[in-house]
Design a protein around this ligand. Structure first.
Ligand code: AR6
Length: 176
């Protein structure tokens, strides 16, 4: 599913984010920037050890923050490590919104034209996917309506169910 927001493309794709050839892919990271399972594990496996080595140098960031490294052996030249909240830690909505916004800003600061997000926090961190879509999509739409050099933002969803939740929410957001 593809839509246009102020001449910029917002797209939903079902698949494996490590196969995306956008300028950056977004890692669903933790505050320590230690690549664990899920998206991070796939990035570590396909991207090689350079990404974790760069994360170690950065040392970590806050929940809601984002940090950038190269993409190692991935098709994407960069990885933006976005730290989403764990379900139950409190203030999850605001933290997930901040993680999304800080990622988009970091992409602009690095003159990136295209990025691909996963559904941050909805795997190991346990946050419900419908609430994730309700936060990440409007935050991205508002950002694309503003002053940005980004030309294409993709949400790369793992499996039919996740894709359908995001597709329904995007339809709702763009219906009016
Ligand atoms: N491509 C796209 N989406 C994926 C992929 C993939 N290859 N693999 C999983 N997903 P998660 P979190 C989906 O667990 O909840 C790690 O240990 C998955 O189905 O990757 O933010 C980190 O190091 C889910 O919908 O991230 C952190 O410690 C979504 O991506 C912690 O997990 C996010 O799942 C972060 O947990």
């Amino acid at each position: 599913m593809k839509t246009t927001i102020a001449n910029r493309i917002l797209e939903l794709i079902e698949g494996d984010i490590t196969e995306m050839d956008t300028d950056a892919i977004v890692n669903a990271a933790n505050a320590q920037l230690i690549l664990g399972g899920g998206v991070a594990g796939a990035i570590r496996t396909k991207g090689g050890p350079a990404i974790q080595a760069e994360c170690d140098k950065i040392g970590g960031t806050f929940v809601g923050g984002a940090a950038i490294t190269t993409g190692g052996n991935l098709k994407a030249r960069h990885v933006i490590h976005a730290v989403g909240p764990r379900l139950g830690e409190g203030n999850e909505e605001e933290k997930l919104k901040n993680a999304t916004l800080n990622t988009l800003k970091l992409a602009d600061e690095n003159d990136l034209k295209s990025i691909a997000f996963p559904a941050i926090s909805t795997g190991i961190f346990g946050f419900p996917i419908d609430r994730c879509a309700e936060i990440m999509l409007p935050t991205t739409i508002a950002y694309l309506q503003g002053d940005t050099g980004l030309e294409r933002v993709v949400f790369c969803l793992f499996g039919h169910d996740s894709y359908d939740v995001f597709a329904r929410e995007l339809q709702r957001e763009t219906a009016s």
